[in-house]
Design a protein around this ligand. Structure first.
Ligand code: TA6
Length: 305
């Protein structure tokens, strides 16, 4: 994005002291959001929240030091927007994994200051010749990113066409943790899940989720909120969700990290993904003139010493 385009964005949408636009890594345009609660950075490329940091807390989202910031490549970390399909395309492996929303430039629709200084940025992505070549449906996507004591991300898909269609997706959130092997993830106890690293066998979660190897699980039929307890950093990350009945938990561990060019070999120790998803048997049908909202709400609580 040129300097003039950035200046135009700031002329139209900047909120002095709360919202401003600049060139980020890879010269990709980003929005800086600040208020008395927290700060956040959002890449317009991919509609991608890169960081969220409540004042006095460590960063809540994890971002790889090896991430690429170039058109056509997804950013590794933060909250990738996986849409209109989750994972590999169901029939055509040549199509981008996790859909195209995270590798396209979104437009700024607006910014506003809400009561108590919460700050909201709205981005949009509409169907185009390029998207229709990948997925033959009309859509209007909006992502609403609200920064306050919590971070709330709402992904709203609107179907302006005259035919219903199905889609899957996720807000594929990467969380920053002290040590993946010491955290516990609550909220999925007794839930059935597909174990993607074990022939997608269906299993049942016993107790909190812990990480001791490559972990890639799709929890089924659950609308539950989750929480990551991080004993070393003495904090609990609360992860609420709406519009989702599947939750994905992922840590690539050693070998998969080594196979990923944008993931440092040792970085797996400092992250876990807990994703508000619509995948597996949780497929979304969007009716003509209908919409679907997928949301995740993230906040941090200090644990007592
Ligand atoms: O988080 C679940 C998952 O589908 C994993 O299987 C892994 O592929 C991960 O997403 C990351 O996918 P990406 O295309 O971003 O490398």
């Amino acid at each position: 994005m040129t300097q003039i385009e950035l200046e135009t964005l700031n002329d139209k949408f900047a909120l002095p002291g709360y919202l401003a636009f600049r060139a980020g890594e890879g010269d990709l345009p980003v929005a800086d959001i600040n208020n008395h609660h927290a700060s956040a950075v959002v890449a317009l490329y991919g509609g991608h929240v890169l960081s969220f940091q409540p004042h006095g807390q460590k960063p809540v989202l994890w971002l790889s030091r090896h991430s690429r910031y170039q058109p056509g490549q997804p950013i590794r970390g933060g909250i990738p927007v996986c849409w209109p399909w989750f994972g590999p395309h169901p029939t055509d492996p040549g199509l981008p994994a996790h859909g195209f929303a995270r590798i396209l430039l979104w437009e700024v629709l607006g910014g506003e200051i809400l009561p108590d200084e919460r700050t909201r940025l709205r981005l949009g992505l509409n169907d185009s010749e390029a998207t229709r070549a990948l997925w033959p449906h009309p859509f209007r996507l909006e992502i609403l990113i609200t920064v306050g004591p919590a971070l709330q991300v709402d992904l709203v898909v609107f179907n302006p066409g005259d035919k219903a269609y199905n889609c899957t997706g996720a807000l594929h959130t990467y969380f920053n943790v002290s040590q993946a092997t010491t955290i516990q993830v609550y909220g999925l106890e007794d839930a059935a899940y597909l174990d993607t690293v074990d022939a997608s066998l269906q299993k049942v979660q016993a107790g909190p989720v812990t990480i001791s190897g490559e972990t890639d699980r799709i929890y089924l039929n659950t609308a539950n909120d989750c929480a990551i307890e991080d004993p070393h950093w003495q904090r609990r990350i609360h992860i609420g969700k709406a519009g989702s009945r599947s939750t994905v938990v992922w840590n690539p561990w050693i070998n998969k990290s080594k196979r990923l060019p944008d993931f440092g070999d040792e970085e797996y120790t400092g992250m876990v993904c807990i994703e508000a998803a619509n995948t597996a048997n949780d497929v979304v049908m969007v009716m003509p003139a209908g919409e679907h909202r997928l949301s995740t709400t993230i906040s941090v609580e200090k644990l007592q010493e």
